[in-house]
Design a binder for this molecule. Structure first.
Ligand SMILES: *Cc1c(COP(=O)(O)O)cnc(C)c1O
Length: 412
């Protein structure tokens, strides 16, 4: 399919859309306002004095169908704490996907563990179970699976790998609040699940995080890690283990309680619009959207991701993202660079394994590299508009992709 390139906004044509018309993010109303003022006037601003964090922990555990939830200050340290609670430590290898936010790998480094990358699946962009199993060494202690964009990974395969090799399975659920795999909410299907409530996430208090688990011993270990080594019901100066202070404030929990009640309805809207986008983009030439998986009974819909392989070949993906911004899709993004090529991570991993005198398994990850050249993302706010707005978003994408050959190519 060809298109008249002169109609592109980047070439001086009329923009197709204006993303300012979409609902803002984050959203709030009187519920957040009242909850915040209640905490303010109560004088109990920290969770050591109030009970709002504890209440939210119960509500969130229930929401994710987990026995326990422990709140903490962000999704990055949630992963570090989950690994430590599971006994992962100095020199242990943790298998992670290369196509994820940097925190999935840096969290392992914070506790002296070594992130080892295994390749992703070309259709779903998610960690590949076979590649994971091939990356296991005698030093491997854990696997962090990432439900990227909100799409649950193949948990049947990963729980089987965990059992077969005696590995802890941590689910990085930062993008997947409310997502389900075979009818069960994600998070406590593996040993531990970590969440983020940072500004961009589908449930947010600006910052914040949580770890969920069904295992009471892991829950207690997490409580201690978050609370300076204290134990539930123990004394103020009774530090049974060495722990951080990672506590969430009562203000954040007050906002989160309100956000949680709003989440199911927002998810319905995102799911509805994502289905429309999937159909419209799926009909267009050369655009690939991962097909639905019957095991994914609810998608978390944090990002809408699609691939256009021709853009990777031509080297025009970033030019297309700029052209989409000109069309009014200002938040369209090229997404992640592959973490195994990330300079800062590589430096840190090289230094750590050097100090430990430990080999570092470096492998080729061709799928991750490919995916990083031809993938485009839309943030979850783009799924919160009307049907008409959703159709306009699809039209802008189809128009730009069809005319991509008119866009500047990078010099070889
Ligand atoms: C956002 C995110 C994190 C980190 O959460 P923060 O709360 O920002 O520290 C970790 N993993 C993934 C996949 C994320 O998207």
């Amino acid at each position: 399919m060809s298109a008249d390139p002169s109609t592109l906004a980047v070439h001086g044509g009329e923009p197709t859309f204006d993303d300012q018309v979409l609902p803002p993010w984050p959203q709030h109303d009187d519920a957040e306002e009242k909850a915040l003022l209640d905490v303010l006037s109560s004088g109990a601003w920290g969770s050591t004095h109030g009970d709002v964090v504890a209440t939210f922990e119960q509500e969130f555990a229930e929401y994710q169908q987990a026995k326990h939830a422990i709140c903490l200050n962000n999704g990055t340290l949630a992963i570090a704490a989950a690994l430590r609670a599971a006994g992962v430590g100095l020199g242990d290898e943790v298998i992670v996907p290369p196509y994820t936010f940097i925190a999935t790998a840096s969290a392992a480094l914070f506790i002296g563990a070594v992130p080892v990358f295994a390749d992703v699946d070309p259709v779903t962009h998610l960690l590949d179970p076979q590649a994971t199993e091939a990356a296991i060494t005698p030093r491997t202690k854990a696997v962090i699976v990432v439900h990227l964009a909100g799409r649950p990974v193949d948990m049947d395969a990963f729980t089987a790998i965990g059992h077969r090799h005696g590995l802890t399975i941590v689910e990085d659920c930062a993008q997947a609040h409310g997502a389900e795999y075979r009818g069960r909410r994600i998070g406590a299907i593996g040993d531990l699940g970590t969440f983020s409530f940072q500004s961009s996430k589908n449930i947010t208090a600006g910052e914040g995080g949580a770890v969920v688990t069904d295992d009471p011993d892991l829950a207690q270990a997490l409580y201690s890690l978050v609370n300076v080594g204290r134990v539930p019901g123990g004394g103020w100066y009774q530090h049974t283990t060495v722990g951080y202070n990672l506590r969430l404030t009562e203000f954040q929990a007050a906002i989160l309680r309100a956000q949680l009640t709003r989440h199911p309805h927002q998810q319905q809207t995102r799911e509805h619009n994502a289905t429309i986008l999937t159909d419209l983009l799926g009909e267009a030439d050369g655009i690939q959207v991962a097909p639905p998986d019957p095991a994914v009974t609810a998608h978390g819909r944090h990002l809408f991701i699609f691939r256009v392989p021709a853009l990777g070949v031509a080297g025009t993906r970033d030019a297309v993202v700029s052209a989409l911004a000109a069309e009014g899709l200002r938040a369209a993004s090229s997404g992640y660079v592959p973490l195994h090529r990330h300079e800062a991570l590589d430096r840190e991993i090289t230094e750590l394994t050097g100090r430990l005198g430990q080999p570092y398994p470096r492998t080729e990850l061709p799928v991750a590299e490919q995916v990083c050249t031809d993938t485009i993302w839309l943030p979850q706010r783009y799924l919160l508009g009307t049907e008409e707005q959703t159709r306009q978003i699809a039209a802008a994408i189809v128009k730009v992709v069809a005319a991509h050959e008119s866009l500047p190519r990078p010099r070889a």
